[in-house]
Design a protein around this ligand. Structure first.
Ligand code: PRP
Length: 205
């Protein structure tokens, strides 16, 4: 049996649609339930539903053979797993955002609010900048609005949250989208994976 780690929400919905196109019967996954472990019709695939940031952990530890996760979460997790396929959906940008003059106006060490402290440290570090990273868990845009931070590093999808709070994209860190990530041992030992990934690639075109 192949175990797949999925994060509940939009990425899971899109992944289910894609896997159905590849021939899997995933009726059980489309029924409203509080169950966290579900199976495909053939019983060859087991799906576990976890928090997005836990998908790389399940895959690295080999509890799941593969998973689907956003590139942003993947960069932040920094795990020893194989990034296999860019699924293209869930597209967004990871950006430095703030008021138009936030970067110029900030005195001393720049204060950065973010759900992505690791990515933020890497980004500013690679530019030779030391920053004060303030880890937040949501509603990150409030950072500059409330004066908690000078800027934020966060996901921008439609840009509506920024706009509604008077903020702008100041710098782009990277483009993100959903990725299939695979356990390094499973990639070598689970021979069923290669044909499935081939079908997935074919259905993306
Ligand atoms: C994410 C992100 C931004 C928003 C961007 O937050 O942190 O706040 O979506 O989307 P937009 O550009 O389409 O407005 P999420 O919805 O995950 O909620 P959170 O604030 O609880 O993290």
């Amino acid at each position: 049996m192949i175990t797949v780690a999925l994060a509940k929400g939009r990425l899971a919905q899109k992944t289910i649609e894609l896997l159905e196109k590849c021939g899997l019967n995933l009726d059980e996954l489309k029924v409203e339930t509080r169950k966290l472990v579900l199976y495909d019709g053939s019983g060859n695939y087991r799906f576990v539903f976890v928090k997005p940031s836990d998908v790389p952990t399940y895959v690295e530890r080999g509890v799941a053979d593969f998973g689907v996760v956003g590139k942003d979460t993947l960069l932040e997790a920094d795990k020893d797993i194989y990034e296999m396929i860019d699924l293209k959906f869930g597209a967004c940008r990871l950006c430095v955002c703030g008021y138009p003059d936030s970067l110029e106006k900030a005195g001393g060490i720049l204060k950065v609010g973010t759900k992505y402290p690791h990515v933020t440290k890497e980004y500013f570090g690679s530019r030779g900048k030391t920053v004060d990273i303030i880890k937040l868990n949501g509603s990150v845009e409030l950072g500059p609005v409330m004066g908690l931070s000078d800027v934020i590093v966060d996901i921008v999808e439609s840009g509506k949250t920024l706009e509604a709070n008077g903020l702008k994209v100041l710098e782009e860190v990277c483009n993100c989208s959903a990725r299939i990530v695979v356990n390094r041992v499973s990639l070598k030992t689970r021979k069923e994976l290669a044909p499935l990934f081939e079908k997935i690639r074919a259905n993306l075109q």
